[in-house]
Design a protein around this ligand. Sequence first.
Ligand code: TPP
Length: 669
Amino acid sequence: MDTKVQQDQSKSESRRQMANAIRALSMDAVQKANSGHPGMPMGMADVASVLFADFLKFDAAAPDWPDRDRFVLSAGHGSMLLYSLLYLCGYEDMTIDQIKNFRQLGARTAGHPEYGYAGGIEMTTGPLGQGIATAVGMALAEKKLALEFGDDVVDHYTYVIAGDGCLMEGISHEAIDFAGHLGLGKLIVLFDDNSISIDGATSLTTSVNQLSRFEASGWDVAYVDGHDPQAVAEAIGRARGSDKPSLIACRTVIGYGAPNKQGSAATHGAPLGDDEVALARETLGWSSKPFEVPQDLLDNWRACGRRGADTRQQWQARVDALPTERRETFDAMQKGYLGADFQTCIQELKQRFADEQPKLATRQSSQQVLESLLDKVPGLLSGSADLSGSNGTRPGNAVSLTNEDFGGNYIHYGVREHGMAAVMNGIALHGGYIPLSGTFLAFADYSRPAIRLGALMKQRVVHVMTHDSIGLGEDGPTHQPVEQIASLRAMPNLMVFRPADAVEVAESWACALAETDSPSVICLTRQGVPTLRTRYRSENLVARGAYLLREPAGKRKATLLATGSEVQIALEAADMLARFGVEVAVASMPCWELFEKQSPEYQAIVLGGECRVAIEAASPMGWDRWLGKRSSVVGMNGFGASGKAEDLYAHFGITAQAVHDEVRRLLQI
Ligand SMILES: Cc1ncc(C[n+]2csc(CCOP(=O)(O)OP(=O)(O)O)c2C)c(N)n1
């Protein structure tokens, strides 16, 4: 046997041993927790060992090193695969006690990997398909940042492990199509091609040829035996050389090593059982006790964890040697700073809007705000799901990012709302850019699962959602959001803004961008609205969540609470009531989540006395939290209709007259 063959064989043998450590830890942790998914980690252990031992650029001592390769476990149910790898490689957060406490309250080893719980977890998966789509955003950000700073500073791959489930989900279509179109050559997906999901064989539910599907989307594809380390290594090596994204279908046996259960759905999501675990130990030749890894093997793994340390130091030296301004810009973009001119820019916009008092749709004033910010905020990356002209996310100074030129600051996401939201999460997680993009508010439902993960991971992502009520008019009830605002407000960590005029739009943008640990939705009108804040004040009133826009001249009899385009209706109603001798206050409430954070004293000042009427052209659900006993909501109690905006407001009774009548009814006068 020649030396090369001998070397290859001994390397493969070493990788198999390393993989068995993953298998043992995974089956033991699931067994101890009496819950979890052993099948996937046992099946993909060989592939993961090759990836981590021979390819992945990382340094376990520096999980946040910006130029590390990203590894996304899209098939998040196989979390023990990731936790085993992090422990074996010596990540500080992942101790053996964490592995022993798999899935227990307070442990870093949650059922599905949770972003922020431990270094080395690049994102939160769980909902299948999100990982692969988020990874597209990471790879996109890498390619753009590399263009901007050069591959001396930015040069890393994004690897994904995805299963049948991830590839069945619709979002995978949006993601792979987009990645293929953009030619994200440093995105490499390792497909756990085991033909098993929970219900049994995937032949029950799908006949798709994944290789053909990916190939048709512009990917390079390969097919390997996932239990042959050398074949896996060769395929990854080839994929790294491609200028297209790559899919490597790794043929694996789910639960590999469990003699009676491997290859069956029984290993997918249940402990193997003590007897089968014991038999698996025999089959794999694993004689160590539960949670013990032989020292030489652990040493091998720990050496992998340190493998990237030199590379990282060399990278740091190159960054340190950059001209000062370049280095400062790179650091500032990594930290997501908004730039020195950000606050001045917002104040100038507010001053201009207050002076000029334009009657503009808030989507239009938002476009003006963005036009100013795009030049000032480094790394601001706009886009839209094919509604650029309608959403106002593409101001005149936006430059399209295309597959030929990544230099632009505007992404045409195509008609892919779900994929777009996930890609934005990936861009934010990667670092370097601040993503924002637009669609219609009614289509928030299409992107909701990704918005939710962004909220769970506390990522600064801005979702511009226009055409925010029946005020959009003739497109009718399919396009008129009714329940979306309430449902978005129900989502933890998400800030929902519904500004009333141009000044509030500028302030909403200031809040959304300055808040680095929450995503935002900015709901904007299609129809024109007057400027209501006609006197310039430097204070950001939207940051209070709600504030009194009109205070009564005499004793306050009631308070009108409104958001967005309905604030002007509230003001008209207040005038009508004043003419009748009834003094009411008008509170604009552009962001409930921020109002919630105010002191009870401030809240009491805004909310005023007992009698309150809320006005919002949307589902009344949720308003009761701000209303007292004598109160009501003027809103939508069903779907909208097709017609002119003003006719629709009259038809659905969302008018100043209706508000006036409601106040008088409540006051019994
Ligand atoms: C959006 C979503 N739907 C359903 C689930 C529940 N679920 C978790 S794993 C799984 C089956 C996945 O099959 P596969 O990707 O083949 O994983 P394997 O059985 O090979 O581990 C399902 C339906 C989920 N996590 N996310």
